[in-house]
Design a protein around this ligand. Structure first.
Ligand code: NAD
Length: 504
């Protein structure tokens, strides 16, 4: 059966508005694939302006009651959601794998990281406490409260269909906001599953809405006056567009963009551990992670030995359908697979050596899946587009360097600043690296240094537009605004005129 024939029999993914599925009137849809089989399994609605309005209206209508609901009741809902998500995580993992392609264990890992943020959000009363200063002047007190913003928009990428929304919405909701989530149109079902789970946990209708779509939906959220803040995660050009457009419309905005993460390997590092880390961080989730390692900066003297160890490990990997116990699944679409393969062509044409070639690989799965095997490139010129641009696939580039300083210089002159790692047993070198490197998240002998939920996630430079990181204390700051109140309870002794500032 061809894709076109199958598409007439596929399921539809609707919006989720006001606590129920909402059929779009737009007549526009996008195909959703099972990437391991290369077939369309669903069609997702693409919102028109009326759908955007319906989602924002539902969130706006739900806001006052949600804002004013007691802390105890809000907290009970967050705990219930945590319990349900934990109990039923395997269902969600299946959904993620069926639309994204990552292997089931990796989908489970994505949910575990998202759950951490839900757990953080259950502690919101502690994180939202204000401050109180008594007698700032005699009989005068000043106190501050953190209040929700109102309706907030979240726009998420395809590569973490559960975790990235979970970075934001538990915090936004716990802080008293109502949400319109616009997930990636490539894997929209995880968001719908979580919406139903939130309802089951007791969340009032309209507090969490899912709007599917493309630029029309995104532009609707960017320009609607009711939307107070936008959290975006995706590629750098779109992040920059979101940042500029949201700011122009007076909104609070955090826009996390792309990455090109380097791993610097010094000669004293344990090369077996480094090779394990490079393979895990380079090829996990087929390299479709914003914190994936894509460049290994190896000091010349150890480069050959490291490459050999990486080769040995890659030879043991099973590539195939993520539901069959494999190590690495397909890429998200055929188009993206071809784009990633194009970077291998570019690197080769620019003089890199293709040590392991993932093009045309045989897999444990359907031949029509969007496959590209793990690829290892050596001697990639730093002038090549394959070095400079984000590839977002299972391609690990080795760049040979002469010194620690050369490695730091390469990382610091790059346009991205999401993650980086150093592998060494030299504490002094690691400390110098941690101090001088111009990157937001740094690993010392840790290849993917994603901060835990009670810290905050975010890169530097073109990996994050705006100053607000995701989750942790920064997340609560982003989704609240502080109000400072100065109070005095008058008695007759306070009478009299004084047009100057009080002196004490
Ligand atoms: P993308 O930028 O194509 O899409 C992200 C979101 O923006 C999606 O919801 C999409 O529908 C929407 N969008 C796409 N084109 C748009 C347009 N022209 N106007 C308005 N909205 C638009 O990103 P993707 O391919 O889904 O995800 C991969 C990218 O996300 C990579 O660059 C990766 O590095 C990045 N990412 C970054 C982080 C981080 O924390 N910095 C985390 C995950 C992914």
């Amino acid at each position: 059966m061809t894709i076109t024939e199958q598409s007439t029999e596929t399921a539809s993914v609707h919006h989720w508005i006001g606590g129920a599925a909402h059929e779009s009137g737009s007549g526009r849809t996008a195909p959703v694939y099972d990437p391991a089989r290369g077939v369309v399994t669903k069609h997702v609605a693409l919102a028109d302006d009326a759908d955007v309005r319906a989602a924002i209206d539902a969130a706006q209508a739900a806001f006052p009651a949600w804002r004013d609901l007691s802390i105890a009741r809000k907290q009970a809902i967050m705990f219930r959601f945590r319990e349900l998500l934990n109990e039923r995580r395997d269902e969600l993992a299946e959904i993620i794998t069926s639309e994204h392609g990552k292997v089931l264990s990796d989908a489970g890992g994505e949910i575990a990281r998202g759950l951490e943020v839900v757990e953080l959000a259950t502690a919101f009363p502690n994180l939202l406490k204000g401050a109180f200063s008594e007698n700032v002047s005699t009989g005068v007190d000043v106190f501050s409260v953190k209040q929700p913003l109102g309706v907030v928009g979240i726009i998420s990428p395809f590569n973490f269909p559960a975790m990235v929304p979970l970075w934001f919405f538990p915090v936004a909701i716990a802080a008293g906001n109502t949400v319109v989530l616009k997930p990636s149109e490539k894997d929209p079902s995880a968001a719908m599953w979580m919406a139903e789970l939130l309802k089951e946990a007791g969340l009032p209708d309209g507090v969490f809405n899912v709007l599917h779509g493309d630029k029309v939906a995104v532009d609707g959220l960017l320009t609607a006056p009711e939307v107070q803040a936008l959290s975006f995660v995706g590629s750098t050009p779109i992040a920059q567009y979101i940042y500029e457009t949201a700011a122009k419309h007076g909104k609070r905005v955090q826009a996390l963009g792309g990455a090109k993460n380097h791993m610097l390997v010094l000669p004293d590092a344990d090369l077996d551990l480094v090779a394990d880390a490079a393979v895990n961080a380079g090829f996990g989730s087929a390299g479709e992670r914003c914190m994936a390692v894509s460049v290994v900066l190896a000091i010349d003297s150890i480069a050959d030995a490291l490459i050999e160890k990486v080769q040995e490990r890659v030879a043991t990997l099973r590539i195939g359908d993520g539901r069959r116990g494999t190590d690495m699944g397909p890429l998200i679409t055929g188009q993206h697979r071809d784009k990633v393969a194009g970077y291998i062509d570019i690197a080769e044409a620019d003089g890199a050596k293709v040590v392991i070639d993932g093009r045309g690989i045989e897999v444990d799965g359907d031949a029509d899946g969007f496959w590209l095997g793990p690829t290892l490139l050596d001697n990639v010129p730093t002038s090549s587009k394959a070095y400079q641009e984000e590839i977002f696939g299972p391609v690990l580039s080795v760049v040979r360097i002469k010194s620690f300083e050369e490695g730091v210089e390469l990382i610091n002159t790059g346009v991205f600043g999401n993650g980086t790692a150093i592998f060494t047993n030299d504490g002094g070198a690691a400390r110098k690296f941690q101090n001088e490197i111009q990157v937001g998240m740094v690993g010392i002998n840790v290849p993917i240094p994603v901060p835990v939920a009670y810290h905050s996630f975010g890169g530097w430079k073109q990996s994050l537009f705006g100053s607000a990181k995701a989750y942790g204390a920064a997340g609560f700051d982003f989704f609240t605004r502080e109000k400072a109140i100065t109070q005095r309870w008058l008695d007759p002794s306070h009478g009299g005129l004084n047009l100057g500032f009080p002196e004490n």
